[in-house]
Ligand binder design. Structure first.
Ligand code: ATP
Length: 589
């Protein structure tokens, strides 16, 4: 309601008269200097306000970009390092653990680096300018307000340590969770849990691990938050402290007297410090806990590569394809020093069998087909691992064309050898890309020729998108035999001089097996082949058969020669001849 003299709101206000303006200016004119100082202060404050956004721009455009680059380099370095790790590392480490270090640990470090860069840069200006102004107003009061800073710094270090411990456990649990996910949500893991009806068990296991992770994450956050709350508490009581001291100074007539305007200004500045200092301290605890993550990344980067190119390594060129194992001794793990027997008589025979391969000598001429035959666990696969130097021998030597494999470059060794194993690995990608892995620059004609030779072109043509059909995770959209034939086509494209073939034992039916067998024929033509043979046809075709038992070559020769010796080979042949397939049988040991 308007009073009697009130003017309705919608009425035009009276225009400002120039005379009024002049009069106002005149009124202020004696205080010109003071007005100018206030104006300048406003301009400076506004200017400082603009500095922060400008700094943030600088942070994002330069510092942050640089920070992110460092992380990108770290991730690349870690991946490269892992690529060059020996097979031994991967047989003893869970894939999920490896993935977690690459993704979660490097990612965690990255977010800390990003946050730190922006927080430090944007808060420094506010803190420095505020403290400088505080010092100008009153040095003793500034000292009083910042008296607690050393305590905060000490607390920061303590809190940082506590968070580092929790962060280590958090990252470990995160890796466990990643490993569970990776193992159970893969096609093979799913097949296993479904066929054993263990889904509720897996759900429970995941839930338990997830609960542990959440608990740790809450702890980590709580440690940070309670610290921040503590800082907040101290900051809220310092203005009271300042007022108290000022009151005491003024009432005791200590000079100089602290003016009330000065006090208000000072405490306002003090409160301006809370957030920037708080977040700086918070970030510094983050930085400290990120060391736990750095440790985990560095732990992998520090792992030694024991299978690397020798300084004098030469590329293997014009490979003829002779393969020789010369008195080879090998075991997967080095026994601990205290279990090495002092005298052979003093220990039971079982403990003496510490070599997986013991004094293995064999020679395969270029273009020959050599069959490795023997009971399960005899060491056949291990022999094939030593040729491409997936492991290094502990005694003797492996030679290709008379070159010790330890003195040729790993890259050229990889190019010279092709492997077809029972477990076919295909990428979740198109047929074409899976084939091109064998020869990246292959033409469509070459792809088709290889696929025809491997008896798989017909099947590929029937697929909805032909060569562009995605084969599914690890090729699960294809049958076992089809996958193997695709893998064979891939090796045909690669065209290696030496072929290592681990024949399937039982996964295929007769028709499928015949198709695979037919696909293998052209692959074996004209190259040295070492086959872990389970098919009689391969064994009969072999130029030489090596019978392996308990890590030793116990017999060697052709099928006919070996049959006449009535040894292990003859026994294996008799027992499995009816199936037409020689299958390993541990009962023969
Ligand atoms: P199969 O016919 O059953 O495949 P194989 O003759 O190929 O058997 P290998 O795989 O060479 O036998 O194994 C030889 C021995 O080495 C076995 O006793 C096996 O337990 C052991 N072994 C294989 N791989 C490893 C490994 N990564 N770490 C430790 N020991 C291993």
């Amino acid at each position: 309601m308007f009073g009697m003299g009130a003017r309705p709101l919608d009425e035009d206000p009276r225009p400002i008269k120039p005379a009024t303006v002049r009069r106002v200016v005149r009124t202020f004119s004696p205080y010109k200097k003071k007005v100018a100082v206030v104006g300048l202060a406003i301009v400076i404050t506004a200017g400082l306000g603009v500095v922060n956004p400008l700094l943030i721009i600088a942070v994002f455009d330069r510092a942050l970009f640089g920070g992110l680059r460092v992380m990108q380099d770290l991730r690349n370095a870690l991946y490269r390092h892992l690529q060059e790790m020996p097979l031994r590392f991967f047989t003893t480490t869970r894939t999920g653990e490896i993935q977690s270090r690459l993704a979660n640990d490097v990612g965690g470090v990255q977010s800390v680096v990003t946050d730190t860069a922006s927080t430090v840069l944007s808060n420094t200006v506010t803190i420095v300018s505020t403290i400088v102004t505080m010092v100008i107003i009153s040095i003793p009061l500034t000292i009083l307000s910042l008296l607690l800073l050393p305590l905060f710094l000490w607390l920061t270090v303590r809190v940082g340590k506590a968070r580092r411990v929790v962060a280590t456990s958090t990252q470990k649990t995160l890796a466990d969770l990643t490993a569970i996910t990776e193992e159970t949500l893969s096609v093979s893991g799913m097949l296993l849990s479904k066929s054993f009806g263990r889904q509720s068990f897996e759900i429970g296991r995941y839930r338990e691990e997830n609960e542990r992770l959440t608990g740790l994450q809450i702890r980590q956050t709580m440690i940070g938050r309670s610290f921040f709350a503590l800082i907040g508490f101290f900051f809220s009581i310092t203005p009271a402290l300042v007022y108290l001291v000022a009151g005491w100074v003024n009432s005791n007539h200590v000079h100089p007297v602290i003016l009330s305007g000065m006090l208000v200004g000072f405490t306002t500045l003090q409160s301006r410090l809370f957030f920037p200092i708080g977040s700086m301290l918070q970030v510094s605890t983050d930085v400290q806990s990120s060391f736990a993550l750095f440790d985990r990344v560095f732990e992998y980067l520090d792992l030694k590569h024991d299978i690397v190119d020798a300084p004098d390594a030469e590329p293997l060129v014009d490979v003829r394809g002779s393969v020789e194992l010369d008195h080879v001794r090998f075991r997967y793990e080095e026994p601990a020093a205290d279990v090495v027997p002092i005298s052979p008589e003093a220990v039971p025979t079982e403990q003496l069998r510490e070599w997986t391969l013991d004094d293995v000598t064999l020679k395969i001429e270029p273009g020959q087909l050599a069959a490795l035959v023997g009971p399960s666990g005899a060491g056949k696969t291990t022999i094939t691992y030593l040729v491409p130097r997936l492991y290094d021998v502990q005694g003797g030597a492996v030679r290709i064309d008379d070159h010790d494999v330890r003195h040729v470059t790993l890259e050229s060794l990889g190019e010279a050898i092709g492997v077809v194993t029972q477990e076919t690995y295909l990428f979740h990608d198109t047929v074409r890309r899976n084939l091109l892995y064998g020869k990246p620059d292959a033409t469509q004609e070459e792809l088709e020729a290889a696929a025809r030779a491997a008896n798989i072109h017909g099947k590929i043509s029937e697929l909805p998108d032909g060569y562009d059909t995605v084969v599914g995770e690890r090729g699960y959209k294809l049958s076992g035999g089809e996958k193997q034939r695709l893998a064979i086509a891939r090796v045909i494209l690669k065209d290696p001089s030496i072929l290592i073939l681990d024949e399937a034992t039982s996964s295929l039916d007769t028709t499928s097996e015949r198709l695979v067998q037919a696909a293998l024929e052209p692959l074996m033509q004209g190259r040295t082949t070492i086959a872990i043979a389970h098919r009689l046809s391969t064994i009969l075709q072999a130029d030489v058969i090596f019978v392996i038992d308990r890590g030793r070559v116990v017999e060697r020769g052709t099928h006919d020669e070996l049959l006449t010796t009535s040894g292990l080979y003859a026994r294996l042949y008799e027992q499995q001849f009816q199936d037409q397939v020689i299958e390993p049988d541990s009962s023969l040991r």
